[in-house]
Design a protein around this ligand. Structure first.
Ligand SMILES: *[C@@H]1O[C@H](CO)[C@@H](O)[C@H](O)[C@H]1NC(C)=O
Ligand SMILES: *[C@@H]1O[C@H](CO)[C@@H](O)[C@H](O)[C@H]1NC(C)=O
Ligand SMILES: *[C@@H]1O[C@H](CO)[C@@H](O)[C@H](O)[C@H]1NC(C)=O
Ligand SMILES: *[C@@H]1O[C@H](CO)[C@@H](O)[C@H](O)[C@H]1NC(C)=O
Length: 441
């Protein structure tokens, strides 16, 4: 079969209720080369395997951290202490909003629009470093912020916005080396310091990465770099430099939380949003339920109570779950993937590729239970992409990360179906039911 690329001309207009009063005219026209996942049957399995490898690469940055091995022990003991305390599935609640969360108001709040690439592959927003604009992937599964440097000559830098420190009057050089492995490959370079604006907020003297090497994986994608939204200790720059979010909180620009509504690509006229310093009440129904972050490891790591298929439980015990907005799929321990797919009618294991194949018209509803509340993944999001007219690759794929923990890496397959709140102040993750989108399929 012949490689088919879609050449799409898109006009980026990331507008925002609270952003860029001086830069309204800043529209970039980019030529984007995209692989069309949905119509390339061979590519569907390759793509799923690539996305798993991405996650494994990304988490391998942390596997060897001294703090990681300590954290693994403490997480294991938390998980073990909760064995046998599975939630009573007959009395699932919609949860309650915690009183302490929205009351912190030393800083402000603002909502900015976010964009979706390649059919919900990942989501990005605009930031301004000094006086230069970049599109950055919003990634709660890492903590580095980097953009391509002016002197980066790789193809992936040549077709993206690059930072020119000579043109920014507020730039200060720092020059410490950093590197990171990513889903999208790897990036490395030196650190710099500048004022960085996101939405209406500006972090003064923020440390960020100027990448002078970026792997070619990033060539087809619109975003220039990545904004890590995990905790500071995962930042591989300057041994845990404060993240952009952390600086904005310390400088009392925003309240210590941020929250997301992720749009499904097929809900073309829906709008994804990132709210810094608060929640966007227009995007969810009912109440937000919070789950404590159970370790200092640096990830948004919480307890997954249970996973159901059509209301049938598939796990024998709770699991540690990392809530990662920068991951596309649900990547779960191999044994858990097997038990879960046993409950999906006509599911088959492709042992060569280590993925599950399910009917494209499956009606199975997978739900995850967090904090005693059930959140559903509809059948349309359970099928990642077709491999034939009737068979699809499951969006829940086996992958063992941060061994020996039975980690569930909870990415967009789940997150685009909930409203999610990342509360740095109280170290907890909240979910609410997404508002039903009227025009969606
Ligand atoms: C689909 O993608 C694969 C891997 O990228 C490629 O080898 C194959 O030629 C593509 N098929 C079509 C029909 O485009
Ligand atoms: C790694 O962890 C051990 C045990 O907690 C500690 O004694 C040691 O100092 C740590 N090493 C580094 C480099 O942080
Ligand atoms: C949860 O919310 C849904 C809709 O928002 C409602 O129909 C249902 O009764 C609620 N369940 C509980 C236990 O409150
Ligand atoms: C790019 O510039 C930085 C300083 O901004 C420097 O440290 C680095 O060595 C340069 N890299 C290349 C490949 O020239």
């Amino acid at each position: 079969m012949k490689l088919s690329f879609l050449f799409i001309i898109s006009v980026i207009t990331i507008s925002s209720i609270c952003a860029y009063p001086n830069n309204k005219q800043l529209h970039t026209i980019n030529l984007v080369k995209r692989v069309n996942v949905a119509t390339n049957y061979t590519n569907a399995i390759e793509k799923a395997k690539y996305l798993r490898q991405e996650a494994i690469n990304k988490y391998s940055n942390y596997q060897d951290l001294n703090s990681t091995s300590n954290a693994i022990n403490s997480i294991s003991s938390i998980i073990n202490s909760k064995k046998g305390t599975l939630p009573n599935l007959a009395s699932l609640s919609n949860g309650t909003i915690s009183d302490n969360i929205l009351s912190k108001s030393e800083g402000g709040q603002c909502t900015l629009n976010i964009k979706n690439i390649n059919q919900d592959l990942s989501y990005y927003a605009k930031i301004t470093i000094g006086n230069q604009n970049f599109n950055i992937i919003l990634d709660t599964g890492s903590s580095n912020l980097w953009v391509p440097n002016k002197n980066c000559t790789s193809a992936s830098c040549q077709n993206h916005n690059r930072f020119d420190s000579n043109k920014s009057p507020t730039f200060k050089s720092e020059g410490n080396q950093w590197s990171i492995l990513y889903g999208i490959g790897s990036a490395s370079g030196v650190t710099g310091i500048d004022d960085i604006k996101i939405g209406k907020f500006t972090a003064n003297s923020q440390i960020f990465g100027l990448a002078d090497a970026v792997s070619d994986d990033n060539i087809p994608f619109q975003p220039d770099g990545i904004l890590g939204m995990g905790f500071d200790n995962l930042n591989t720059m300057d041994n845990g430099a404060p993240t952009l979010i952390s600086t904005l909180i310390k400088q009392k620009k925003m309240n210590p939380l941020f929250s997301f509504h992720f749009q499904h690509y097929y809900d073309y006229d829906d709008q994804g949003t990132l709210t810094l310093g608060g929640v966007d009440e227009s995007k969810f129904d009912g109440k937000i339920t919070y789950n404590p972050v159970i370790s200092e490891i640096g990830f948004w790591l919480i307890v997954l109570d249970a996973a159901l298929v059509n209301k049938t439980p598939t796990l024998s015990a709770i699991r540690p779950a990392i809530i990662d907005t920068g991951t596309t799929l649900l990547i779960i321990p191999s044994n858990d993937a097997e038990e879960l797919h046993k409950q999906i009618p006509d599911s088959e294991f492709d042992s060569q590729d280590n993925v599950y194949i399910i009917p494209c018209d499956t009606t199975a509803v997978v739900s995850l239970i967090f904090g005693g509340v059930e959140y559903k993944i509809p059948p349309r999001d359970l099928t990642f992409a077709p491999i034939s007219g009737t068979q699809c690759v499951s969006a829940i794929i086996p992958g063992d990360l941060l061994y020996p923990l039975p980690i569930w890496l909870v990415g967009q397959t789940f997150l685009k179906n909930v409203y999610s709140v990342f509360d740095m102040g109280n170290k907890q993750v909240g979910f609410a039911q997404n508002k039903k989108y009227a025009h969606g399929k």
